[in-house]
Write a protein that binds this ligand. Sequence first.
Ligand SMILES: Nc1ncnc2c1ncn2[C@@H]1O[C@H](COP(=O)(O)OP(=O)(O)OP(=O)(O)O)[C@@H](O)[C@H]1O
Length: 290
Amino acid sequence: MTAAEHRPTTGAATPDPVLAGHDLAFGYDPDEAPVFSRLSVEVHPGEVLAVLGPNGGGKTTLLRLLAGSLTPRSGTVSVEGSAVRWNRRGVNELRRRVQLVFQDPDDQLFSASVTQDVSFGPLNQGLDRETVRSRVAWALEELGITELAEHPTHLLSYGQRKRVVLAGAVAMLPSVLILDEPTAGLDPAGVESLLETLEGLRRSGTTLVVSTHDVDLAYRWAERALLLNGGTLGCGPVADVLGDPELVAAARLRPAWGPAAGKALRSVGLLAPDAPDPATADEVAALLRH
Ligand SMILES: Nc1ncnc2c1ncn2[C@@H]1O[C@H](COP(=O)(O)OP(=O)(O)OP(=O)(O)O)[C@@H](O)[C@H]1O
């Protein structure tokens, strides 16, 4: 079963964007300068939006505002066209539709076994046991960790713990999955395998918002990038944003590999002037072979 098949159909067309923040202001300490004062962002259905910026630039803060784990001082968050009301019911509804996965799985894992942990959200939602059981089995399968179902969570590796937390979020059938640095701490094979899993979820209809320090990952995977440093520096298609040296420098990032490779290949006539930059080393290798 896919996420689309698990999701109840409402018959209603989903308005665009699926998730948006408008004029958001937020600060942790009223006596200090806010992290943002007027930040707006739109997340389009079915896309991967990468959020990049320096340490302390506000990525996690924005993700938490969009997922309802922080309340803005002013501004609005809208999900599937409806503005969130910052009361218990409104926030619960936002959290059901928008799931946030923290960078460190130990901030979210709290049950003794994998199945208990992944069941927590759906049970809390009031679903009957049979639906929960089927959702959990499906989520574990999507994450490729069915064999871990009865494992105690404290015996899992870091990468396995990350997948369990992700399974817990996926089991809620969110419209938007927000991932704070999902690839941090994973080995290269673990990164590729996680990306494959996330792509599978995206193909089933889940929209992804991903914060990362990995410019190349954002370049090759996301449709759009948002650069943050205490406010928006730029937002748009990855090739425009991450291919702009001034924006990249302002966000204290190193340039993406793709535009540099594209420039070099064009200069020797191996890439047409109007062709897009290569996004992976395999694409460069294929161009070099021709
Ligand atoms: N719980 C908190 N209490 C007080 N200040 C905080 C808290 N969390 C973050 N901040 C401050 O808010 C600002 C933005 O932090 P945030 O964690 O959102 O940045 P980030 O871009 O995610 O950084 P990193 O790349 O290091 O994870 C920083 O100045 C940070 O010190």
